[in-house]
Ligand binder design. Structure first.
Ligand code: BGC
Length: 681
């Protein structure tokens, strides 16, 4: 397309929104062919603690649900029934493994109220247990759960009472939310109240495509207001419960960008502004000010507790729509697109640039942003890889510009029941054969998992098999890493720090008294224990467990606490393409190595160090497994005394004076205890 034509169609001045500050309304279109995706694939675009996720919703995958949607399905556009969907209810373990195989750290799912409370006031404890098991199984694999309390569906008995059409019904939903929060909030840190209230209200009451299939502006106003009332009450109620303070609770808002089809046409501009106001801004403004003016409402109303009722804002982003006063109100008529844009199977265009505009739009809330959904309907998976790259690129750039974006959940884990479209729109990273229920990874799934892997923190390997003889009596009956320091085993402190740095998996190498680790757990991290049967030394222990090691790992000592920034350390390791990176401090009473030009030249821990020694190894290192495979051997040997000399001038020194704490002697243990009590990480 000629540049001038493109400019003429889309150029626009900046628009001002008084309550939200200023956000750019420029319809940016980028030349994606010139974008360099290398940082995306090499792991340089996102911070290490970034939440990488996939998302689903109960009714779309579970199968066998009876709710407002199952009742509506025969009358929906496609007429297709959800039926047994992906049969996820009976394939939970298999599906958790699929999530795990994508390398992601987070999973967003919704809780099916109609299963938990099939009749009013009658709780199905087995269903609650099912969700509780789901959470346990996710955590055991190092995947953090995020639970949504309302994702378009609710029980029939509540539907018959009028659902969100009556304010007094909100109490029923709050009771359900409390029930689930009490059951899961000891383990679930992330909660979404309502998924896409604007979509629920407009699809159900303006377009009539979702249940109850009505077209009534009056009801749209009432339902929209009650959704906001419900969200605010839910947030306030859950925050007041046990674990409420700790958990993060937020609203999930779908942001649709509306652009005038012709910039120069005031009617098109007016229509875009109108739709933007009704679909996006009135909801955001409601959260910000506590006063809500529902779509097409004339007056705003103060909703108690609404102002500031979110710890984060969930953004679901899919596309932009080009507005004219004569836009179709039926979704089966193709929306207008720009000539250079590509249509998704849903017929709306792929427009990744709009994700940045969605971030700008919600930034007035001053809340952490999480992309709780982004994905594409693409039957043959030929568009999804590029869709993923573009949207992640936009997200990474926004982070680089200083925006507080904490995570990205791809929609969806697997193909599923796409509401009014039935099974015709496929959004999954896994293909699902709806006859056999077989799941198959798509190319886009492999790409997403590759990008995630490149950004995820490596596995942590902890050497916890030492005898700890210098600690005397204590270590005769308790392994050193399980000694209690400031209220919990030192191993828990080490794992707390690793988890905070974004690590989700740890391999713990035990030896002496290794059986005592049998019941050891650390919520949110997948732990693997491997016990040596006879003392093998640090090198022998690693060699002995080489089948469990990942290609790159962070090596720690099981009795040292070293609160160093892993992100910077890993970045240094990557930048220097080092096979082995040691952290080196220059602020220690002794020195045990010589580093020259960023490389370790000599190492000697015997005690008689030459005067030119200029550093001390402070504990945390990054190891490429190839180093172990090339230099390791059977039997008993010391990692540091064997490998460091052999890697002379090859191993990198990462100079950093973050203090490390060891507990080699009772005095040092006491100092560590004092430090942990004071700092309370
Ligand atoms: C909804 C999902 C839906 C997706 C794709 C989102 O608005 O939350 O349930 O499957 O869009 O259309």
């Amino acid at each position: 397309m000629e540049c001038w034509l493109r400019w003429f169609l889309v150029s626009t001045p900046v628009n001002f929104y008084p309550f939200c500050g200023v956000y750019m309304w420029i319809e940016e279109h980028r030349n994606w062919e010139s974008v360099d995706y290398a940082p995306l694939l090499s792991g340089h675009l996102f911070p290490p603690e970034f939440m990488w996720g996939v998302a689903t919703a109960s009714h779309q995958i579970e199968g066998g649900n009876t709710n407002n949607w199952s009742a509506f399905e025969p009358h929906s556009k496609s007429g297709q029934l959800s039926g047994d969907a992906c049969d996820h209810w009976n394939r939970k373990e298999e599906d958790i493994q699929l999530i795990k195989d994508l390398n992601v750290s987070h999973y967003r799912f919704s809780i099916e109220w109609s299963r938990v409370e099939p009749q009013q006031g009658i709780w199905d404890e087995e269903a609650i247990q099912w969700y509780s098991d789901l959470v346990d199984q996710l955590l055991a694999k190092g995947i953090q759960p995020m639970a949504t309390l309302h994702h378009f569906t609710h029980p029939l008995w509540w539907n018959e009472k009028g659902a969100f059409e009556k304010e007094e019904n909100v109490e029923d939903w709050i009771r359900f939310s409390v029930k689930m929060f009490e059951a899961l909030s000891d383990r679930v840190d992330w909660w979404c109240t309502i998924n896409e209230p604007a979509v629920f209200a407009t699809m159900g009451y303006v377009l009539g495509e979702f249940p109850p299939g009505e077209r009534s502006f009056k009801k749209t106003k009432i339902v929209s207001t009650n959704l906001m009332i419900a969200h605010a009450r839910c947030y306030r109620t859950l925050k007041g419960l046990e674990h409420g303070e700790r958990t993060q609770i937020g609203l999930v808002k779908n942001i649709n960008i509306f652009d005038p089809y012709r910039r120069w046409n005031p009617l098109h501009r007016f229509q875009a502004r109108l739709l933007d106001g009704m679909f996006n801004l009135c909801w955001i403004k409601g959260l910000k000010t506590g006063r809500f003016k529902p779509p097409s409402g004339l007056r705003s109303k103060k909703i108690p507790g609404l102002k500031g009722s979110s710890d984060f804002i969930g953004v679901n982003y899919y596309t932009h729509l080009l507005a004219t006063p004569f836009m179709p109100t039926k979704v089966d008529i193709d929306p207008l697109i720009r000539p250079w844009e590509e249509r998704t199977d849903f017929r709306y265009p792929m427009y990744a640039e709009g994700l940045r505009r969605a971030f700008d739009m919600v930034s007035c809330l001053n809340l952490p942003i999480i992309v709780t959904e982004n994905g594409v309907a693409d039957d043959d998976d030929d568009m999804r890889p590029e869709h993923i790259r573009r949207h992640l690129q936009i997200t990474g750039e926004a982070i680089a510009d200083g925006m507080d974006i904490r995570g990205f959940y791809h929609w969806s884990l697997m193909d599923n029941f796409e509401w009014a479209e039935g099974y015709d729109q496929r959004f999954g990273l896994y293909h699902v054969d709806f006859e056999t229920k077989k799941r198959t990874l798509k190319q886009s799934g492999a790409l997403y998992s590759e990008i995630v892997k490149a950004h995820r923190m490596p596995q942590v390997v902890i050497l916890a098999g030492g005898l700890g003889t210098r600690l005397g009596e204590q270590t005769k009956s308790v392994p050193k890493s399980l000694i209690d320091v400031a209220g919990k085993p030192i191993l828990s402190h080490i794992l707390d720090w690793a988890e905070k740095q974004g690590c989700m998996e740890a391999l713990i190498l035990t030896g002496h008294l290794g059986e005592q680790f049998n019941d050891f757990r650390h919520q949110g991290m997948a732990l693997t224990f491997h016990q040596e049967l006879e003392p093998l030394g640090t090198g022998g222990a690693l060699w002995n467990a080489r089948h469990l090691l990942q290609d790159r790992f962070i090596l720690l000592w099981g009795d040292d606490f070293h609160p160093i920034d892993y992100g910077e350390l890993v970045a240094h390791h990557q930048q220097t393409s080092s096979p082995l990176t040691l952290t080196v401090t220059t602020e220690h009473e002794q020195m045990n190595l010589l580093h020259i030009d960023g490389k370790i030249s000599q190492y000697d821990k015997s005690g008689d160090q030459p005067a030119e020694f200029n550093g001390y190894e402070s504990g945390t290192s990054i190891v490429e497994k190839s180093v172990l495979l090339d230099h390791g051997k059977e039997g008993k040997w010391s990692w540091e005394e064997t490998i460091y000399p052999e890697m002379s001038m090859k191993a990198t020194a990462y100079l950093n004076n973050t203090k490390f704490w060891d507990m080699g002697t009772p005095e040092r243990l006491a100092r560590l205890e004092e430090f942990l009590n004071e700092t309370r990480f």
